[in-house]
Design a protein around this ligand. Structure first.
Ligand SMILES: [Zn+2]
Length: 330
């Protein structure tokens, strides 16, 4: 136990915090017509009313290229960006578009949820920096270089055989992200690509959704060595509520296991290196007990209070650490 926190009202602490979640795949569900962002739904894990109930301040909404869907990478990307803006316009009483850190503070003040545009996988750019710059002008602020597969920029963790690092385009892409003020996200990247990004990026970097390899040996999880290097660069990792990345049962896990991963990350990275990247709507309906959807986020604060973390440390984990990166890069 670090500090005796037993008198802290966790709900009050949660409600007074800037709470940032760095990954969800809900734009895809909206694009497929399964849900509207502004309508309270019982399916999936994320919508704005449930986010407000869960005390969330800001969410990263990811574009994603589905190779089974019609349309090129950039077409699918712009279709997702269109959905992003259409939904914010339709529910402007509940949500607002954030492109700078101050927008997130403004959302907190006005009781809205700040939505940030991110991209999961540079296949959405089709190897063209012009597409990146256009997406930036439309609001893109966080770029994940890959999903699990190989693309024009880099190799993902599903492509480990050749030990590939960043391509020439990948190097240019990281530099252009630095120039524009887009945060580079290393989630899903092959180990050599992680090394390359850490070498090349002149700005702070993040991993929006991953857990600890030493606790569960999944290729999507980060080794202690990687965690240490990311922390040295002032980066932040979002612990993620995805059962296959938490432990032996791919169908189910519990919040306590997620908090174990968080404890370990902090032991390696320090208290400033860790945040939340829940991956809502990312992996079907399998979820973590006590964090079944976005409305359950206060349970994380409750668990952190119970584990004896100081209130200020908890606030940094809930959002302060990612806010520091966003303020420095955007
Ligand atoms: Zn992902």
């Amino acid at each position: 136990m670090m500090v005796n926190n037993e008198n802290v009202d966790y709900m009050l602490l949660h409600q007074s915090s800037i709470v940032v979640d760095t990954h969800c795949d809900t734009l895809g569900r909206v694009f497929e017509g399964q849900r509207r962002l502004g309508e309270n739904s019982k399916i999936g894990q994320f919508d704005i009313p449930r986010a407000i109930a869960g005390g969330l301040t800001a969410e990263l909404m990811a574009t994603f290229v589905n190779t089974e869907r019609q349309g090129s990478g950039s077409l699918q990307t712009f279709q997702f960006i269109d959905v992003f803006h259409e939904e914010i316009d339709a529910y402007s009483d509940l949500a607002m578009h954030a492109t700078v850190a101050e927008d997130i503070l403004l959302a907190k003040k006005s009781g809205k949820v700040a939505l940030i545009l991110s991209m999961e996988g540079a296949e959405g750019l089709e190897g063209d920096l012009g597409v990146l710059r256009t997406a930036y002008r439309l609001g893109l602020r966080v770029l994940g270089l890959t999903w699990n597969r190989r693309n024009e920029a880099a190799d993902g963790v599903g492509e480990l055989r050749t030990g590939g690092g960043l391509t020439n385009f990948g190097v240019d892409l990281v530099r252009e992200c630095n120039n524009l003020g887009i945060v580079v996200d290393m989630a899903h990247l092959s180990p050599q690509c992680v090394e390359d990004v850490l070498d090349i990026s002149e700005s702070r970097v993040v991993v929006t959704h991953a857990n600890c390899h030493v606790l569960w040996q999944h290729p999507r999880n980060l080794t202690d060595n990687q965690l240490e290097k990311i922390a040295k660069k002032g980066g932040v990792v979002g612990v993620t509520a995805v059962p296959p990345f938490l432990g032996a049962n791919p169908e189910h896990s519990e919040l306590d296991v997620l908090l174990d991963h968080l404890d370990h990350m902090i032991s390696i990275m320090g208290k400033d290196g860790v945040g939340l990247g829940m991956d809502f709507d990312g992996v079907g309906d399998i979820r973590v007990g006590n964090i079944e959807d976005v409305s359950k986020l206060p349970n994380i604060t409750k668990g952190l209070v119970e584990r004896g973390y100081h209130s200020q440390v908890i606030q940094n984990i809930l959002g302060g650490n990612f806010m520091r990166v966003f303020s420095s890069v955007w």
